[in-house]
Design a protein around this ligand. Structure first.
Ligand SMILES: [Zn+2]
Length: 441
């Protein structure tokens, strides 16, 4: 592939041993400054009985204890407001981004001046890799404000030379108006919002050929790499759809699919990627599923050494068909440990339900996994709630088929409830897929 296909050709096609050498060098710099300036890391290393000099390469990271979100939260409660892991001097700080979370106090992440620059450059690289070019009209449907992805993609789209519409995650009607005029060519939002916009296009009888939309990239939730979901988004908006990934504590939009749609590429010059078996805490072999653990190689303000993401992934370092040498998470994020449903001894994730539900043309895109408790037996009951599209569908047969297909995928048989189309709540941000309605004792 020609140079024009890459935003940072020298970095993106770097051979892996040179890339590893660059990572090792940056890691040594990061460990040194963390242990010189952060009492949080000094304490962690002391407890683990290790010194900065023990960590010379990315392979040595296995000796460093992981950092969890709960630990950061506790640290900031004890040492408000930023904890003792804010490493760069406050004169360098430029932006504050508390994590969005449904539980507990948010974790404050700071971007220093250099961090803003690196985030902008890496995000521009990811956007370029899925086909964004100067002159594109980027409709930014990611939430702005404290949430990280709105800011990073906004900066990056401007950096590339695009015309940005900073609409944010709201106003489905106006999203469609801007797609018509001035005619956005790129849309960024969550996959559930993309499906919601597609639903509205159908309701308003607007065929996708009337739109100039070419590309969409979808993050904030998994799902884009689920085949059935990708097909629905691509057909519903008339685009090529790409997966996008980021985390407040680690960085927004730092991993994305390229035009080969072959998994999430990581920017490994800025991030060291590990996949860890949560039972043994040992590193998984390539291709094996485990928890994604990420280390900041260049982050200045609030660097993370081995952040435990709670996200499951498989890593592959073989060269992608696009020519990039940076490793990929094959199939994207495969599940969040927080979203795991345990039902009658079986464990499954909402993404598995999504895969089945969205392969049915009789069903809408929305679904909900409801957990209740039977009043008589006190046993948990798991019900998958779906929406039937209007038309003379035999719901009894549909119910049986769906139950059988879900049993095959989940290894356990959930109850099924088929509602009318439009019953379940629509969202412009992250969809809620699990409703735990068990009475709390
Ligand atoms: Zn690629």
């Amino acid at each position: 592939m020609g140079k024009a296909n890459f935003y940072h050709p020298e970095i993106e096609r770097m051979n892996r041993s040179a890339l590893r050498e660059m990572q090792n060098e940056r890691l040594r710099w990061q460990v040194h400054r963390c242990l010189t300036k952060s009492e949080f890391y000094q304490e962690k290393f002391r407890k683990a009985g290790i010194k900065a000099s023990h960590i010379k390469t990315v392979d040595d990271l296995v000796h460093v204890p992981v950092v969890t979100k709960q630990e950061l939260r506790d640290e900031q409660v004890k040492h408000p407001p930023f904890g003792r892991y804010a490493v760069s001097p406050s004169k360098d700080w430029r932006e504050l981004h508390p994590s969005t979370g449904t539980t507990g106090t948010p974790v404050n992440t700071i971007w220093a001046e250099r961090d803003v620059e690196n985030i902008t450059a890496v995000t521009a690289r990811t956007m370029w890799s899925f086909g964004v070019r100067p002159g594109d009209i980027v409709q930014n449907g990611f939430s702005y404000g404290l949430w990280v992805a709105g800011m990073s993609t906004h900066y990056a789209a401007e950096r590339i030379g695009c015309f940005v519409i900073p609409i944010g995650a709201s106003m489905t009607g106006r999203q469609i108006d801007y797609m018509m005029n001035p005619g956005s060519t790129v849309i960024l939002c969550t996959p559930s919002f993309a499906l919601h916009i597609a639903e509205n296009l159908r309701e308003r009888d607007i065929p996708t050929r009337k739109l100039s939309l070419r590309i969409g990239s979808f993050g904030g939730e998994g799902g884009t790499e689920t085949q059935a979901t990708r097909r629905k988004i691509e057909a519903g908006l008339g685009i090529d759809a790409y997966d996008y990934y980021g985390l407040a504590e680690i960085g927004p939009t730092f991993a994305s699919e390229c035009t080969a749609q072959a998994g999430l590429h990581f920017a490994e010059d800025h991030y060291a990627i590990e996949i860890i078996n949560p039972d043994t805490m040992e590193r998984c072999a390539e291709g094996e599923m485990g928890v994604l653990v990420i280390t900041h190689l260049t982050r200045e303000a609030t660097p993370m050494l081995r952040y435990w993401t709670n996200d499951y992934a498989r890593y592959d370092s073989t060269r992608c068909p696009c020519g990039r040498t940076h490793g990929r998470a094959l199939g994207g994020i495969l599940g969040r440990a927080d979203d795991m449903v345990i039902y009658r001894g079986a464990k499954f994730y909402p993404v598995q339900v999504e895969k089945v539900v969205r392969s049915y043309k009789e069903l809408g895109d929305e679904f909900l996994i409801e957990i209740t408790r039977d009043d008589n037996t006190f046993a948990d009951v798991c019900t998958v709630v779906v929406e039937c599209l209007p038309a003379g569908v035999d719901r009894m047969t549909l119910n049986r088929r769906l139950q059988k297909d879900l049993k095959e995928e989940l290894m356990v048989t959930p109850e099924i409830r088929i509602e009318n189309f439009g019953t379940l709540e629509r969202t412009t941000f992250k969809a809620k897929r699990i409703a735990d309605k068990r009475a709390k004792a």
